[in-house]
Design a protein around this ligand. Structure first.
Ligand code: F6P
Length: 320
């Protein structure tokens, strides 16, 4: 009998539970036993593995986080750690593995594939930092969490004619900032793919203020600047007071959106299908609303294209 191991790795993302549920149910329907590996790759190395039945995953699709818990595992980054993990899989008779996670998790999955493990990756990260897929699980929910926060900040900014810098997550990817600026009416956006210097940000605010717009929203991706330094710079140059808001980990939690639950369900079923059809070393994704797959080794070979979205933002932020 085939045995499937499933783990979540890296940062958690809303919708991971819906993906776990989908994998367990799809596997059960193909008479495959599922083993839940707790705590990501570290849990695999530590043999933290238990049977996972459809009853265990019943009513979890609406829950944020991951019932399997997750970690960022340093030991697994070493060859010896990965060999240990492969031996544990053999010891438990696990011949199929599903890894739900982001970039680092996929790198680990690809290395396990090279060690002869049958593995499929499901993209679960709020960052949406894979260009091979239109969406990763968790992005839509995080985006809506950001929009909820932006909307509240906008109310008070309008009342007080204030400018606020909002820092969102995304690691080195500008998707969360770009989409939230588009949907949340952000005036100025700076992302790793088009980083604005302090003076450019100041001159953009200045031109909006000159045209009578005083409540400006600056949306930036994390890790690019010291947000307090940017605030002080703007305040000194333009003689205005600026607010800052780092949204932080509220972006990672919460009940997944309908979109994320459905995406997770589709990807989970596809992952099981691929394994039973004899495929390995693939990542599932979504393109033009179709579930697709691509070699794990190629997930980062496709480039992001922000041209259209940034063009829209530039169009919407003109006030004169
Ligand atoms: O990858 C998801 C993410 O939330 C990033 O946006 C962020 O940079 C990072 O994880 C934070 O990681 P940690 O949970 O290790 O602090």
């Amino acid at each position: 009998m085939n045995k499937l191991g499933i783990l979540t790795s890296g940062g958690d993302a809303p919708g991971m539970n819906a993906a776990i549920r989908a994998v367990v149910i799809a596997a059960q329907q193909k008479n495959i036993e599922t083993m839940g590996i707790k705590g990501g790759y570290q849990g695999l190395i530590n043999r933290n593995i238990d049977r996972l039945t459809p009853f265990d995953v019943d009513r979890i699709a609406d829950k944020g986080g991951t019932i399997l818990k997750t970690s960022r595992c340093l030991e697994f980054m070493e060859e010896e750690g990965r060999k240990k993990a492969a031996r544990v899989l053999e010891e438990f008779g696990i011949n199929f593995l599903v890894v739900i996670g982001g970039d680092g998790s996929f790198k680990g999955a690809e290395k396990l594939h090279r060690l002869g493990i049958n593995v499929i990756g499901i993209p679960g990260t709020i960052d949406n930092d894979f260009a091979y897929t239109d969406y990763s699980i968790g992005f839509d929910t995080a985006l809506n969490t950001i929009l909820d926060a932006i909307s509240k900040i906008k109310d008070t900014d309008f009342s007080h004619d204030k400018t606020t810098i909002i820092e969102v997550m995304g690691r080195y990817c500008g998707d969360l900032a770009t989409y939230s600026a588009l949907a949340g009416e952000g005036e100025i956006i700076s992302i790793p793919e088009r980083k604005l210097d302090f003076d450019t940000i100041c001159s953009q605010i200045h031109s909006k203020m000159a045209s009578g717009k005083h409540d400006n929203l600056i949306i930036i991706t994390e890790k690019m600047y010291d947000i307090e330094e940017l605030k002080k710079y703007i305040e000194k140059r333009l003689q205005v007071s600026v607010r800052t808001s780092i949204l932080g980990f509220i972006q990672r939690g919460g009940s997944p959106s309908a979109f994320d639950r459905i995406l997770a369900s589709r990807m989970g079923v596809k992952a099981v299908e691929l394994l039973t059809e004899g495929y390995s070393g693939l990542a599932v994704g979504i393109k033009e609303n179709k579930i697709i797959s691509i070699e794990l080794e190629n997930v980062n070979n496709i480039r992001f294209d922000y041209h259209e979205k940034l063009g829209l933002l530039d169009t919407f932020s003109i006030f004169n």
